[in-house]
Design a protein. Structure first.
Length: 258
């Protein structure tokens, strides 16, 4: 457990700070600290190969110093300071910190847990909105396309398919995130890649629909608008193929490790 705290501290406090870092020390068979694995640059490295000032502590040293959480690391690293500002935690390393907690601010010290970047507290609001609005819009579109009643203005007995689908989407999404040791960062990346791949298909169908006279009447696209839209759609399709090809190439030709 203490070794996990040491690794978490290294990731949390040293990802984006070039002047300070923590590292995980592997206990040697006899004397000394042994090999030190540094993950501050998002890849395993050694202390000798990493040009970053470090504070190294073993699990035994953490236990002796009474360190049981990341905030108590300042007892063994005086240049690290944790301060609470309402709901926000301000981390300072060698005087480098940020007091801007707004949406436009960017933390001077990045915090990561298990290789997953932890954003600021205000992002929780956006996450909660997304967790409810995205399943809602998905359920609405699917039910309308299949001819079921949909909408929050209906009661459950009037639109059971809509409410059941909405509930299932929320439960499945929350269940995946709450899975033990779930690769959240990979899930996030692959979901966005999937959205990017599907986007050109959605754009094509939208363009076909908005140019149907029986649907849009006099509000169909003009020639110039269609020209710009189709050029954009084709460019998106080409970029999607490039992304897929690049991903496949990297699978079969991984970059050589330094």
């Amino acid at each position: 457990m203490l070794q996990k705290y040491a690794l978490a501290a290294g990731t949390a406090l040293a990802v984006l700070i070039p002047t300070a870092a923590f590292a995980q020390a592997e206990a040697p068979q006899s004397g000394g600290l042994g090999e030190i694995v540094v993950t501050a640059e998002k890849k395993p490295s050694t202390e000798q190969r990493t040009p970053i000032a470090m504070t190294v502590a073993t699990g035994k040293e953490l236990a002796t110093s009474g360190v049981v959480n990341i905030a108590q690391l300042q007892t063994i690293a005086p240049t690290v300071n944790f301060a609470q500002n309402n709901a926000n935690t301000m981390i300072t390393i060698r005087g480098v910190s940020s007091r801007n907690y707004t949406e436009t601010g960017d933390p001077a010290v990045a915090v990561s847990l298990d290789n997953f970047y932890l954003q600021r507290a205000f992002v929780l609001n956006a996450s909660l909105f997304a967790a409810t609005i995205l399943p809602l819009s998905t359920a609405h579109v699917i039910c309308e396309g299949m001819g079921f009643e949909a909408g929050l203005d209906h009661k459950f007995r009037e639109a059971p398919a809509f409410y059941w689908l909405y509930t299932i989407l929320i439960v499945v999404g929350a269940g995946i995130v709450l899975l033990p040791n779930a690769p959240l960062w990979k899930i996030f990346i692959f979901s966005q890649v999937g959205n990017g791949i599907w986007l050109p298909i959605v754009v094509i169908f939208v363009l076909l629909l908005v140019n149907r006279k029986d649907l849009m009447g006099d509000y169909t696209n003009t020639f110039m608008f269609n020209l710009v839209a189709w050029i954009t759609a084709i460019a998106m399709i080409i970029l999607t193929f490039v992304l897929v090809a690049q991903s496949i190439y990297q699978v079969f030709h991984p970059p050589a490790s330094a």
